[in-house]
Design a binder for this molecule. Structure first.
Ligand code: HEM
Ligand code: HEM
Ligand SMILES: [Fe+2]
Length: 463
């Protein structure tokens, strides 16, 4: 396995930053989990720790997508990137911006008055979940993304070689960039503010990001199994078409109780219930292609790809549909059931997607034909089993919470601190299991292709 073009190596810069942020995300996740049991356990309060946890998540996934895209665009266009120096500049500009934002959150955690408005604008943290980054950082992010897109499009224009995979990937990225814009403005009406905020959050993870996932799934299956591009692209079009058809109006599942008109109960309920269909097609696509595969050289790459397809369906599709009907959501809205779904969906759909792409592309970037896959599998099982138990635990906590708070009318704090205590203890324990998995992955990322292969090959090739 070797790369076709030298500039594809830039992907590795992005992977490194992403992997380090992943580690930070999970470390602060464990602090957050301990704070459920003992609230005053750390110098930074839960609100700051939680922001760090979910912002680090979103940012490392986006940084991962950027690295992945540079690799794929060059590969598919059959040319070097339009400008490698620009890509490097864009990388470092992103690192500096993100680091400043993180330092700002920590500063605000230590002295909250530091975030007092200047000319009506909060300088360190905007305070809307997932996109808390302040205004100045928003502008820098927009510039960085524009440079990134410019570089990608100019690369394609160089050879004018358009492939379906590349078109869908770039389309998904443009959609992603556009959907950042509604999050740049706020209004005094909470209803309107929430309305637009969901465009960013929902139309990212259930729109543009799933489109990117569809394109990358086709790319990864093609690379790891040698399957025919025409067949993979045909299914990709069907999958992303259905993602858009169900996902756009599926936004309605967030408009049930925020003051928007009643018809959203119908629109959201019906369209979001259909959202699992394209995700199921992706699983079928992955299995079908794998069954027909001959001569798989990068087994961990294929393994992670299939796992991503499965857990995308389970986390987003199944754990989504259980609470998406208004009749159910009326009770579970904003409880730990939501949190359980948030964890499994993000893990299955996007954490595993970026890690799959790393395993599919990193061996070629490092110029190795074969590598020892044992750590890749070990980290997968530690992470996945722990995540499944975290999710089962908080689904349980959510059911108790729904029953006691919403049916029996007990107050929030009583349920959280008394009846749910054992769930929090279990979550923290499984969280440590997850961290072990991430640790193994991070070690593997830095060592892959840099150590000699073991003398005895662990998996003999089947004829
Ligand atoms: C990969 C795709 C997905 C990701 C990453 C994801 C993630 C999330 C997250 C993090 C939240 C919580 C947002 C908050 O902080 O309030 C959420 C809420 C929700 N998700 Fe998803 N989701 C995905 C797909 C789906 C799908 C396909 C469905 C339906 C079939 C769904 C149904 C819901 C519902 C109904 C809520 C609102 C829960 C409430 O009312 O509290 N999600 N999702
Ligand atoms: C890749 C792994 C992880 C992903 C994708 C992830 C994702 C998320 C998301 C999306 C939220 C917001 C959920 C919502 O508001 O509904 C969240 C909150 C949280 N996460 Fe994680 N997380 C991960 C790992 C962990 C780990 C290992 C722990 C530690 C046990 C943890 C503990 C927490 C806690 C305590 C919260 C706050 C929950 C609340 O406000 O009720 N997370 N995480
Ligand atoms: Fe949604």
């Amino acid at each position: 396995m070797t790369i076709k073009y030298e500039s594809q190596k830039i992907a590795q810069h992005f992977y490194t930053f992403a992997v380090l942020l992943f580690l930070v995300q999970v470390l602060v996740g464990i602090i957050a989990a301990i704070q459920f049991i003992k609230p005053d356990v750390f110098i930074l309060n839960f609100n700051i720790i939680r922001s760090l946890h979910i912002n680090a998540l979103v940012v490392w996934l986006l940084v991962g997508f950027m690295g992945v895209t540079y690799y794929v665009i060059s590969d598919e266009s059959d040319t070097e990137l339009w400008s490698l120096p620009l890509a490097k500049f864009q990388f470092w500009a992103t690192v500096v911006t993100i680091t400043l934002v993180v330092l700002g959150y920590i500063w605000m955690g230590i002295s909250p008055q530091a975030n007092s408005p200047i000319n009506g604008i909060n300088p360190l943290n905007e305070g809307r979940e997932y996109i808390e980054a302040p205004r100045w950082a928003d502008y820098l992010i927009v510039v960085s993304v524009l440079l990134f897109l410019l570089n990608c499009f100019m690369t394609v224009l160089k050879t004018k070689k358009w492939t379906g995979i590349q078109g869908v990937l770039l389309g998904g990225l443009v959609f992603l960039a556009l959907m950042y814009l509604p999050g740049l403005f706020y209004t005094k009406s909470m209803v309107k503010d929430q309305f637009w905020w969901w465009w960013v959050v929902h139309l990212w993870v259930e729109g543009s990001w799933e489109i990117i996932a569809g394109a990358l799934l086709a790319f990864m299956l093609m690379k790891t199994t040698g399957a025919k591009r025409e067949v993979l692209e045909k299914w990709m079009y069907i999958e992303v078409g259905l993602v858009l058809f169900t996902g756009i109006l599926g936004t309605g599942h967030h408009y049930y109780w925020i003051g928007t008109p009643k018809y959203w109960l119908w629109v959201g309920g019906i369209f979001s219930s259909l959202e699992p269909i394209p995700l199921l097609l992706m699983v079928w696509d992955a299995f079908r292609t794998t069954r027909e595969a001959r001569n798989v050289t990068n087994r961990p790459g294929l393994f992670y790809t299939v796992a991503h397809a499965i857990f995308n369906f389970v986390g987003a599709g199944l754990w989504g549909i259980i609470h998406t009907l208004p009749q159910v959501n009326k009770w579970t809205h904003g409880t730990q059931v939501t949190t359980a779904h948030g964890h499994l969906a993000f893990y299955g759909a996007y954490v595993l997607l970026v890690i799959s792409m790393i395993y599919v592309t990193l061996p070629s970037i490092r110029g190795v034909k074969e590598y020892n896959p044992s750590r890749a599998y070990l980290s997968f099982w530690w992470m996945t089993i722990s995540m499944v138990f975290i999710v089962l635990t908080i689904t349980g906590a959510g059911m108790v919470q729904t029953y006691m708070e919403r049916l029996m009318g007990l107050d929030y704090v009583a349920v959280k601190t008394t009846y749910n205590l054992w769930f929090w203890i279990l979550r923290a324990i499984f969280g440590v299991g997850f961290l072990i998995g991430v640790g193994i992955f991070v070690v593997d990322f830095f060592k892959l292709g840099k150590e000699p292969m073991p003398v005895v090959s662990p998996a003999p090739e089947k004829a």
